[in-house]
Write a protein that binds this ligand. Structure first.
Ligand code: GAL
Length: 416
């Protein structure tokens, strides 16, 4: 009897250590998809990885725009303990590449034929020194205005297409006793409004010159002054409790009919959808005033870090491949509000906002209106983007004049 117990105990211990040695391979993914619609999207990736026998370790850091996540990531990488993948995008991928900490995932790209299924402008961003180090997840459009049509109706206003109509609608909503513009006073949200206002005021070519090429002439031009004047006017339609408000709470104000309109990228649509609202009926997605012929893109991507063991490396490639599978591209983007980044995904299940985004992206990439989002880390390096964002946030939160803002902006653009 005693012997048996000992034998059984020993057997159990042996089994345990065997199972530990063969524990499911795991991926740890750092992201900041924590709002209602975003969490649903991230859960789809977890589900897909688990179905492939790979365990999911969630490394979610709340905070819109990803600033908190970026800080957490730096600490982990410095401690020599990088996650498998992190949501890092645009020029920041190159900055991480220079640190020598990114993994080469060419094998996943070859297997999934990425080169052929991704737009060239996306392909090049995913590579560091000619090798794939990141996988794109989606395409978000940033220059949207989210509108509650009931609020417009109550106020006797029409869906605006240009600034004159926009300010007319805002004034009517304000007079009706509601908040005209739902906004969260956080620097990245201020920057999100700012870039759409620059685009709507000056057009895509001006946006490129000013915000992408940081041309001093464009930055100090009367057009930029006009953009800040428009922004100053927008400030007068934001409620007094906006400071620090999270973006999804601002979206909730539009969903609940407390506010009429919000400038935000189409991750906001994920909130409408997860609240059971229908595009074109319960809410409208309009191009931000004056930006109908332009498209500010924001491509989310998972950037891969060097892993030590062969097993971890294999799980990482499995993750990369899953992200670009047509099945994942469909389900993730349906929840996230974005559109698939790769070719060959059926449009059938996507709503009117998503199909408009798909059409507009195709049209603007032909017509020259397709521009990278500055506020979402697509256009310029992180140091310059940070300096410009600081100017915009200061303008939004003080009595700084448009003239002073133009000067400060031009100076910030020279940040090394
Ligand atoms: C963007 C990001 C989106 C969404 C949003 C709010 O920068 O690309 O995926 O997360 O911020 O946090």
């Amino acid at each position: 009897m005693k012997l048996n117990t000992i034998t059984l105990g020993a057997m159990a211990a042996a089994l345990l250590s065997a199972s530990a040695a063969h524990a499911a391979p795991q991926v740890e993914v750092l992201h900041y998809w924590t709002s209602g619609g975003e969490a649903k999207s991230a859960a789809e990736l977890k589900k897909m990885m688990e179905a492939k026998g790979v365990a999911w370790k969630d490394f979610a850091v709340a905070g819109g725009g990803g600033e908190n996540a970026a800080t957490a990531l730096k600490a982990r990488v410095m401690a020599g303990n990088a996650p498998t993948a992190a949501q890092i995008k645009g020029p920041a991928i190159q900055e991480w590449g220079q640190e020598g900490v990114l993994a080469n995932i060419d094998a996943a790209a070859a297997e999934g034929k990425w080169e052929a299924s991704l737009p060239p402008v996306v392909n090049s961003v995913m590579k560091y020194k000619g090798h794939y180090v990141a996988v794109p997840v989606n395409v978000h459009r940033v220059n949207w205005l989210w509108v509650n049509p009931e609020v417009l109706k109550k106020a006797g206003a029409k869906p605006p297409t240009n600034f004159a109509e926009f300010f007319d609608a805002a004034e009517k909503i304000k007079k009706a006793g509601l908040t005209a513009i739902a906004h969260g006073g956080q620097p990245w949200q201020d920057a999100t409004v700012f870039e759409s206002v620059v685009l709507g005021t000056g057009g895509a070519d001006f946006y490129k010159k000013a915000i992408v090429q940081l041309d001093q002439g464009a930055l100090t031009s009367p057009t930029m002054l006009k953009a800040f004047e428009n922004l100053a006017r927008i400030k007068t339609y934001i409620d007094k409790d906006a400071a620090g408000r999270d973006w999804n709470l601002a979206t909730a104000m539009v969903i609940n009919g407390k506010a009429g309109m919000q400038f935000m990228g189409d991750w906001a649509k994920g909130e409408f959808t997860s609240a059971g609202k229908v595009a074109g009926k319960d809410f409208l997605c309009l191009a931000a005033p004056g930006t109908e012929k332009a498209f500010t893109f924001n491509v989310d991507s998972l950037t891969m870090f060097k892993m030590k063991s062969a097993e971890e490396q294999k799980a990482q490639l499995t993750l990369a491949n899953a992200v670009l599978s047509p099945e994942f591209q469909e389900v993730f983007n349906l929840n996230k509000g974005s559109i698939p980044v790769r070719a060959g995904v059926s449009r059938a299940k996507f709503d009117a906002c998503a199909t408009k985004s798909m059409d507009d992206m195709a049209a603007t990439s032909q017509g020259g209106g397709l521009v990278p989002s500055f506020a979402h880390g697509m256009a310029i390096d992180t140091a310059k983007a940070g300096a410009i964002q600081d100017v915009v946030a200061k303008f939004m939160n003080s009595n700084m004049t448009p003239q002073a803002a133009v000067q400060a902006l031009a100076k910030a653009a020279k940040t090394m």
